[in-house]
Design a protein around this ligand. Sequence first.
Ligand SMILES: *[C@@H]1O[C@H](CO)[C@@H](O)[C@H](O)[C@H]1NC(C)=O
Ligand SMILES: *[C@@H]1O[C@H](CO)[C@@H](O)[C@H](O)[C@H]1NC(C)=O
Ligand SMILES: *[C@@H]1O[C@H](CO)[C@@H](O)[C@H](O)[C@H]1NC(C)=O
Ligand SMILES: *[C@@H]1O[C@H](CO)[C@@H](O)[C@H](O)[C@H]1NC(C)=O
Length: 529
Amino acid sequence: MRLSCTLLLLGLSSPSWAGVTVQKAGLSVPQKYAHRRDQAKTLFTTSYTSYKKFAFGHDDLSPVSEGFSDGRNGWGASIVDAMPTMFVMGLENIFEEAVNFSSKIDFSKSQTSDTVSIFETTIRYIGGLLSSYELSGEKYPILVTKAKEVADKMAFGWVGSNEMPYGFIDFSTNTPTIGTSNIAEAGTLSLEWFTLSKYTGNTTYADLTAKSVKHIANLAAPLPGLAAQGIDPTTGSAVGGYVTWGGGSDSYLEYLIKYARLTNTADSIFIDTWKTAVDSSIRTLLKRSTVGNHLYLADFDDSRQIRHVGSHLACFHAGNWLLGGKLLGNQTIIDIALELNEGCWNTYASTATKIGPEAFAFVSSDGNFTGGNAISADQLKFYNKHGFYITSSAYIMRPEVLESNFHAWRVTGDTKYLDRAGAAIDSFNTFLRATTAFAALNDVNNINGGLIDDMQSFWFAEVLKYLYLTFDDPKHISLDDYVFNTECQPFRAPPALDSYSGKLVPAKPFTVQSGSLPQISPNAVSLKL
Ligand SMILES: *[C@@H]1O[C@H](CO)[C@@H](O)[C@H](O)[C@H]1NC(C)=O
Ligand SMILES: *[C@@H]1O[C@H](CO)[C@@H](O)[C@H](O)[C@H]1NC(C)=O
Ligand SMILES: *[C@@H]1O[C@H](CO)[C@@H](O)[C@H](O)[C@H]1NC(C)=O
Ligand SMILES: *[C@@H]1O[C@H](CO)[C@@H](O)[C@H](O)[C@H]1NC(C)=O
């Protein structure tokens, strides 16, 4: 009797108590880290003050020249993308200002001459609007109206009976631009559009995007559960046979398990495909470096060769495997995830700035093929010391390594992850400083390598929110109550089920279809795929 009363009380104060939990029970941040949360907040307010002064209403601040750029159709991407972070940090005044701004955005046309990316617009604009709506207690319905406005235009990306959307829409004619897309662009819409259906009562949004994910999951794949990166939206078939957890594929894989958790859907295809993808990644892609014994997830190319490469973008995998490993109750996946996280953190710990590079490569017992240039003498020297070598040296203010570090903290409670996040804050304060804000870096391994004149909106949305939450009360935006979209925008999840289980799905015979595979250049610094 007494026990059940206690349980009832616990259940009331913590709705996430029942069902599977992701976070370590009873976690709290030790007092000695309290200043770190304030430092993360100061990075945000300093950056945003400069954005307001030099770039307000535009997409990005150019922090070096103190100007702006409009790479996201000129709708004020930084404001909308930063809005949930403002709420999470308790910055009520600028949050309300951002809501006011958002309520007046004209989504009927692009403010630039560019076509509209369904993927980028979904994760940054729809994600920012709907997460803000939820976080602020559904106080501003205009945020849903605005999300619906832009989604209704983008719904023209699904043509006729096509299950796959085109990647880009011309808003002046409501017609898609022809070309190849990829599974990240087509398969990273489901959390946001599901949430839009929830608040508009129109199920079309959820249906369109779930249909696309299921289409990809049902395609014959180069490796079980791991679809080829390229997609032809006209036919819905795979283009090429490139497999990676990096850009162009990454968030499709990320959303499989997150969609299962956000919706608690009875349709097992999402969880089955995620589990199968992880299983075949462990079998085929998991490689150890010959130096340092670091664990990495390699790529697998069109000619079925392992490419010994990794990237900042791909480093979200550790956090995603921690989430999925906890939901599935699979310690093998959790243990591998923690080791993958070590490999990614090592790319930070090894450089002159203690910030990790955009792309890297390594050597394993099965070779050193990367699909790119042979390893140079300098790279070999670096490799022999650190167990990876840099192939693209920039840091463009990406979050993935700190995102996985955040998950590792919330799941294990090991304070070494707090120390690492603290070290990253110190590095940002030391090396990313422009006159009034913070900027991207040309070369993480050269402290005099200079700054890049762009501050992407994901600095506000992701890097600074993950850092802040790492040092915040773990009950605030708990991984048991929220599912983060790929832009770190939290969506409120229903209570977790008692268990999540999936089964491995067998591969269908796959042959590489030629076509113009979209080139995901590691140097294309403006891509957020
Ligand atoms: C937002 O708009 C409302 C209504 O026009 C106004 O009362 C309020 O002062 C504005 N808030 C901010 C922070 O600009
Ligand atoms: C639901 O949204 C779709 C996509 O914009 C639209 O075509 C449809 O008319 C809407 N349905 C209703 C009932 O409003
Ligand atoms: C956990 O997942 C791994 C990888 O798919 C699999 O080999 C293992 O059997 C799973 N463990 C359990 C207990 O299901
Ligand atoms: C990479 O592989 C080639 C071919 O097997 C070999 O000749 C070369 O020495 C290797 N380089 C390194 C750094 O391991």
